[in-house]
Ligand binder design. Structure first.
Ligand code: COA
Ligand code: AMP
Length: 633
């Protein structure tokens, strides 16, 4: 552990020195002389006097350095039966042209560009073109509904929306354009124009005057160069779920992010320029931003953009096929994807049909990785399986087994140790440090390393209150867990109302808001209950207004439909029951931990503060009818 320990200690002893050295590995129009400026902590600034461009670091620099003919991006799309490859030169040409398109439509530094697209190369091109102008992109995941899109439009007020006509799920074509139209109708702010990429599978109508065809605009465009921006200028906003229904706009700066991500490619993932790196996620999530688009391109790797699923496109051998076809060296995905594969092909028989010898390691993140999944993956792939823990807020991992620094023993159930730059600690509710082995709030002592989030968009106060107020001098991760004697961190559960469904971060508060708006619902609670495939699933319990005579099945169907319409299919909200009462404390607080424990069949004690213990029988019966709480009598 000596190598790792030295790096970690150096990074904490002298953060500015450590990261200024890493910053020498990226291209600056004006190299920084300042590391971190903590004058306005926690609003810290990295490399404040540096000038940089993220798109330039992703593309131009590699073409200049002789990688022009190397593949930069491979779009592998089993749902359309196509594979498309872009070399660095070709990707740069497309990005230069789309930058010209945006510039011609008046987009300039600091403007927001909202991108609502499926997993197609044009999504990455739009991101890199926005960054090239010093404008700020905000990518919204396709599985969110129009209302969620509208909330984001109102919060960041984009000058332009870039969309595709449709997305393709294995079971259906999702028409994106009507969702965009509806979102613009719902939103109170005005969107000047939309640029729509027409897909053959389902072209859409364009609204005269507002909508423009991607292909037409590209034909008439002129290439546009990268604009130098301040290191501290925002590169993107990425909305993520918090405790309330209002999503948090996580802001990412430019210089810190370019530096940190480039560093992670070798330090954490142990890949070299020219290697093929595949993050099987979606560009709508942080993993997609950091490791489908930016990280691999900053490092001169070939990135794979996969438009398919781990199973069903066409079968549980899909991942092995992609690894073989493209010589993938590192695969990164969520444990749920491997649970899906394991469920379909428990013996791993399909692996025999492919040659996956190019694979060096599998990285998992996005949710807790159960030891079964880790062990199964390791046994069948015969490569190290590295669980690593991170959040939208941090942009890359807080804890990992840094393969490029020094591979350490893999301990199932733990994402290993703190990554250099992160001083991870576990605190009691009163802020005192807990001894090794004791569970508490996992925090990171300030300052956070570069590439993390310097603020929340339009919400400076919320930035402070949500993350830095509970424990002064620390960043509160929202996760609970412990650190063992070897320094391995164990991340056990969220301390707030965020749940993790198939690696997707969702807010139970947002779902409760939808349920509470139903005219027949008097009270409700939504919690995350354990699910074998997706890790967690949301479960709703509702109390109806007195006098409501509608059949309960009808109410449930209406509520499920409403959550799908208002939040989107990604919420996977399919379980809701009507109950007479909810378990509450004498002061009226719903006992959510007890509800979760009953649903999950974990051991629990009757809370001393419960107002009426008999309520729990009715709750248990209801949860059982939904397929949960199967073990308790
Ligand atoms: N656009 C529109 N709808 C989408 C979508 C998108 N981009 N992505 C997912 N959806 C829909 C799905 O079609 C599904 O709809 P349904 O209720 O009609 O079936 C719903 O949202 C839930 O999707 P998902 O949770 O992805 O489940 P799934 O049933 O489609 O697939 C797994 C199951 C296990 C294969 C899948 O969850 C998986 O592999 N997920 C990958 C996890 C991941 O990439 N996480 C990102 C963090 S690293
Ligand atoms: P997101 O912001 O969508 O990346 O979700 C971040 C949250 O997912 C974290 O706060 C954790 O609750 C959970 N998470 C991510 N990675 C891991 C991991 N490796 N182990 C346990 N939980 C994880």
């Amino acid at each position: 552990m000596a190598q790792y320990q030295k790096q970690h200690q150096d990074s904490l002893a002298d953060p500015s020195g450590y990261w200024l050295k890493a910053a020498q590995d990226v291209h600056w129009f004006k190299p920084p002389t300042i590391g971190i400026d903590t004058t306005h902590s926690p609003f810290n600034e990295w490399f404040a006097d540096g000038q940089i461009n993220a798109s330039y670091n992703a593309l131009d620099i590699h073409v200049q350095n002789g990688r022009g003919d190397q593949n930069a991006l491979i779009h592998d799309s089993p749902v359309t039966g196509t594979q498309t490859t872009y070399t660095y030169r070709e990707l740069l040409e497309q990005v230069e042209l789309f930058t010209g398109v945006l510039a011609a439509r008046g987009v300039s530094k600091g403007d927001r560009v909202l991108i609502y697209m499926p997993m197609i190369p044009e999504a990455a091109i739009a991101m890199l073109a926005t960054a090239r102008l010093g404008a700020i992109h905000t990518v919204v995941f396709g599985g969110f509904a129009a209302k969620e899109l509208a909330v984001r439009i109102d919060d960041c007020q984009p000058k332009i929306i870039v969309a595709a006509s449709c997305g393709i799920e294995p079971s259906r074509i999702i028409k994106y354009k009507p969702l965009v139209d509806e979102a613009i109708d719902i939103a109170s702010s005005t969107v000047e124009s939309c640029i729509v990429f027409q897909r053959n599978q389902c072209p859409c109508d364009l609204i005269e005057g507002r909508d423009h065809d991607w292909g037409q605009l590209m034909k008439n465009s002129k290439p546009h160069a990268a604009v130098p921006v301040a290191s501290t200028d925002p590169l993107y906003i990425l909305y993520t779920s918090g405790t309330t229904g209002a999503p948090k706009g996580v802001v990412r700066d430019t210089g810190g992010y370019v530096t940190a991500l480039k560093w992670t490619m070798s330090a954490i993932y142990n890949v070299e320029p020219g290697d093929v790196y595949w993050a099987a996620s979606d560009i709508g999530w942080v993993v997609g931003h950091s490791y489908i688009v930016y990280g691999p391109l900053f490092h001169g790797c070939t990135t794979i953009m996969y438009e398919g699923k781990p199973v069903g496109t066409p079968d549980a051998g899909a991942f092995w096929r992609v690894i073989q076809d493209h010589n993938v060296k590192v695969l990164f995905t969520a444990p749920t994807a491997f649970r899906g594969i394991k469920r379909e092909d428990p013996q791993g028989k399909l692996l025999h049909d492919y040659n996956i010898s190019s694979l060096q390691a599998l990285y998992l993140a996005g949710e807790r990785c159960d030891p079964d999944t880790l062990n199964w993956s390791q046994e069948h792939l015969k490569v190290p399986v590295i669980d690593h823990w991170w959040q939208t807020e941090t942009g890359y991992s807080i804890c990992a087994n840094c393969q490029g620094i020094e591979p350490m023993p893999i301990v199932a159930g733990s994402p290993s140790v703190a990554v250099p730059g992160y001083d991870v600690q576990v605190l009691a509710p009163d802020g005192t440090p807990l001894p090794r082995g004791d569970i508490g709030s996992i925090v990171v002592k300030l300052p956070l390393p570069p590439g993390t989030f310097p603020t929340l968009w339009n919400a400076r106060d919320r930035y402070v209150s949500a993350y830095f107020e509970a424990f002064e001098g620390y960043y509160e991760t929202g996760d609970a867990g412990y650190i063992n004697d070897d320094g391995y961190v164990f991340v056990m559960a969220r301390t707030d109302d965020v749940i993790n469904v198939a690696g997707h971060r969702l807010s139970t508060g947002a779902m409760e808001e939808v349920l509470a708006n139903h005219p027949d619902v008097a009270e409700c609670a939504v919690m995350g209950a354990r699910d074998e495939l997706k890790g967690q699933l949301p479960v709703g319990l509702v109390i109806l207004n007195s006098g409501c005579t509608k059949p309960h099945d009808q109410i449930s169907a209406e509520l499920i439909k409403k959550v799908r319409e208002d939040i989107g299919p990604v919420a996977a909200f399919k379980s809701v029951a009507v109950v007479e009462k909810l378990p509450k404390t004498r002061s009226g607080k719903i006992l959510r931990a007890t509800l979760r424990a009953i649903a999950d069949d974990t051991d629990w004690n009757m809370p001393a503060t419960i107002e009426d213990p008999s309520v729990l029988d009715d709750i248990t019966t209801s949860l059982r009818s939904l397929g949960f709480a199967q073990g308790k009598k």
